[in-house]
Write a protein of this length. Sequence first.
Length: 94
Amino acid sequence: MKKNSHHKKGFLVVAHGSRKKEANDRVFNLVKGLKTYFQTDMFEPAFMELAKPSIGMGIKALAERDVNEIVVYPFFLFKGMHFSNDVPDFIEKA
């Protein structure tokens, strides 16, 4: 049996989400900058709540690009409950 040597990595930038468009735009702008800098479309934004795309939607968008591995980058000011507990729970459920 031949092993699949194809390895494609995607990156999910996860933030809390806000009712304020400007706050969410910071995440979209970060992802846009990463895509430009690394010259790839393998970065996706995602939000825990209050904004879209959700974490599940972000994972689905990367999966549709045939990624083999998704690296989740939590984009939070502090390492609190969302960072330590909630984000891993959302990822597991997606």
